[in-house]
Design a protein around this ligand. Structure first.
Ligand code: NAD
Length: 424
């Protein structure tokens, strides 16, 4: 199997881009005549690396490396978040942008895939340093973004405030206010009700459907969640509201295990104050034991490649729903398949965020805003229909939900690609 951009891939450590290429190779045999175009998916359309210099509060100059990648724009403008993390690399951003292409196609919203990031530990910056870095980065990627071109959104370590600075910087440079350049904005700047919780809500809705399909109901189900941030926190809250028990939770600071169920509201209050789960009452277990904790539903909602060949075999869950992007390596996927664990892949499970981002963009364009109830209803309907469609494809081809989701996403992108043809 040859990977055309092999220079980005280390065979001992596939990394996120290597994992993505492997996923495309696995789905190619199901694409029929569209496989002629599959190479399109293995190459980002364009990638930009920028230097982001800022003056620190102590008067010294710091330089950070930033990225924005347009993976595929066949179906519409680029869409994807901005990540601030010390481990961000170009190849990681390429993979995340590619997963956005698949994701927007799977939920059938008229966007392509994009992603961006800065290689930085934002916790080490003051608020004013963070603002200067965000504004400089926005200026540096200015030629790639715009409401009709590419619309950034929050991702790991970025939030509404950062989106507000990005929007302001873009608009000041344009000379007029256009709120549709970013999504995940504050409500006061044209953000959408329900956006903040949308990804976690989508994870929950899809997990509930998948659990039903294996003949089980949520009340009493034992749930384990890795990552109690924007995605994991809201998903965990909704599971508990539906009568499930949160039995294990892990973040960057600690792992908690409580077979009788953790009080999610108290835990979320604790995290809102100290920004980590460490210090919350309950049994603390070694981090690696999180993966073997007895549970029915496992939700990885932190970072990539968390479930790999070294820990997949110990997983007890019947259902794994990927809140994070790329949390399961292809080897782990094979192990889980052999064990009979149902895996709902990221490209559908966490698509709630981009779906409500689409609603936000539509509301900004029409300058007419919907109620939270309308948004949640539309989100639930769209996610359930998309998930049911994937289930039918999985049945028809007798493949896993991941392969079925990739079949749906790749077909939509490549049909658009084929209809548009190659210019000149
Ligand atoms: P976040 O920054 O709000 O939360 C991340 C969580 O992961 C935190 O609880 C953090 O403590 C935990 N974490 C970090 N490193 C960890 C480690 N080594 N071990 C265990 N836990 C660790 O981020 P988020 O927005 O919730 O995003 C989480 C994942 O979901 C990412 O993969 C992101 O790409 C994906 N995602 C997010 C959205 C969104 O709308 N926010 C949409 C789609 C996908």
């Amino acid at each position: 199997m040859s990977h055309p951009i092999a220079s980005y891939v280390d065979s001992n450590n596939l990394g996120a881009w290597g994992i993505y290429l492997e996923q495309i190779d696995r789905v190619t045999p199901y694409l029929g005549s569209l496989s002629r175009w599959v190479e399109t998916l293995k190459r980002p359309k364009r990638s930009l690396i920028v230097d982001v210099p800022i003056e620190l509060d102590n008067g010294t100059i710091a330089h950070y490396e930033g990225y924005r990648v347009h993976h595929n724009l066949s179906r519409g403008p680029g869409k994807g978040g901005i990540r601030y993390h010390p481990d961000v690399t170009l190849s990681e951003v390429m993979a995340l942008s590619a997963w956005m292409s698949i994701k927007t196609a799977v939920v059938n919203v008229p966007f392509g895939g994009a992603k961006g990031g800065i290689r930085v530990d934002p916790k080490k910056l003051s608020q004013s340093e963070l603002e200067r870095m965000t504004r400089r980065f926005t200026s540096e990627i200015n030629m790639m973004i715009g409401p009709q071109k590419d619309i950034p959104a929050p991702d790991v370590n970025t939030n509404e405030q950062i989106m507000a600075w990005m929007m302001d910087t873009y608009c000041v440079n344009q000379g007029y206010t256009t709120s549709g350049v970013v999504t995940g904005k504050p409500i006061s700047l044209g953000g959408s009700l329900g956006r903040r919780d949308a990804t976690g809500r989508g994870v929950f809705v899809v997990a509930r459907e998948a659990y039903r399909q294996i003949g089980l109901d949520l009340p009493g189900a034992r749930v384990a969640v890795q990552g109690l941030g924007n995605v994991g926190g809201e998903a965990a809250r909704l599971f508990c509201e539906a009568g499930a028990k949160l039995v294990a939770v892990q973040d960057h600071s600690a792992t908690l295990y409580e077979p009788n169920g953790i009080d999610i509201n108290a835990l979320l209050k604790h995290v809102a104050i100290v920004h980590e789960i460490k210090g919350f009452a309950g049994e603390v277990i070694p981090n690696e034991q999180f993966w073997t904790a007895p549970c029915d539903i496992l939700i990885p909602a932190a970072l990539e490649s968390q479930i790999n060949s070294s820990n997949a075999g110990g997983i007890k869950a019947k259902l794994l729903v990927e809140g994070a992007n790329g949390p399961t390596t292809p080897e782990a996927d094979d192990i889980l398949k052999d064990m009979g664990v149902v895996v709902v892949p990221d490209v559908i499970a966490n698509a709630g965020g981009v779906t409500v981002s689409y609603f936000e963009w539509v509301q900004d364009f029409s300058s007419f805003f919907w109620t939270e109830e309308e948004i949640n209803q539309r989100l639930d309907k769209l996610m359930i229909e998309a998930f049911q469609g994937i289930g039918e494809v999985a049945q028809r081809h007798q493949v896993t939900l991941r392969t079925a989701t990739f079949i749906v996403g790749c077909e939509r992108i490549l049909k658009a690609r084929q209809m548009r043809g190659i210019y000149p």
